[in-house]
Ligand binder design. Structure first.
Ligand code: VGL
Ligand code: ZN
Length: 203
């Protein structure tokens, strides 16, 4: 059992990010047994859930002439456009059926505002609107975070970088993540996480 300061944060292990899902990440389902096993070591387990309203502005279908994986300019900066995914209440938004959700103390939903995406578990994509997770962790005295889940180069990456910048001690268990890998985004994410001070480990 790890110290009482340690939390496991499981990012977006949802059907739409697993094979067969709307934004499937290769091998996304392979990490589920390892994540479940790791939960047993932690006194605090937090799950995040990508949770978009229908017609979310990160969906390519909301931008005439654009296709999934194209870039667009949002008021807050560049934004990758995705296929419709993780729509609130849909099967695709549910956690993978084998993920041990019973063990979770907190399920943090993000991306619920139509106009703004939220990769990070800490801040929405304007980089300033907080999700509330920082306050939750601090008020529980949780200072050391282990991150796992989907996808390495988007939601895990943004969460790890924000956590490190906020002063948390951060480990990313790369063996328990899988990546989308758009145009070198995985290599860039690994560099960015390491630069921010997150430890990348293989278990
Ligand atoms: C994610 C793209 C869009 C993720 C969520 O969980 O990494 N990626 N929404
Ligand atoms: Zn999303």
């Amino acid at each position: 059992m790890r110290p009482a300061t340690d939390a496991l944060i499981v990012i977006d292990v949802q059907n739409d990010f697993c094979p067969g899902g709307a934004l499937a990440v290769a091998g996304g389902d392979e990490i589920v047994p390892g994540i479940n096993a790791l939960m047993a070591e932690f006194g605090a387990v937090i799950l995040t859930q990508d949770w978009h309203p229908g017609g979310h502005l990160s969906f390519a279908g909301q931008h005439p002439g654009k296709a999934p994986m194209d870039l667009t300019e949002m008021p807050y900066g560049p934004q990758v456009l995705w296929p419709d995914h993780c729509v609130q209440g849909s099967l695709g938004a549910q956690f993978h059926a084998d993920l041990n959700v019973t063990r979770a103390d907190l399920i943090l939903r993000k991306g619920f505002r139509r106009e703004i995406d939220s990769y990070s578990a800490f801040f929405e994509n304007d980089r300033t609107t907080p999700t509330g997770l920082e306050g939750y962790l601090r008020s529980r005295g949780l200072t050391r975070l282990t991150l796992v889940g989907l996808a390495t180069d988007f939601c895990v990456n943004y969460s790890a970088v924000d956590a490190a910048k906020l002063g948390f001690e951060v480990e990313v268990r790369e063996d328990l993540t899988r990546a989308i890998d758009l145009d070198g985004s995985l290599a860039a994410a690994r560099m960015g996480m390491a630069e921010a001070g997150a430890q990348l480990t293989q278990g």
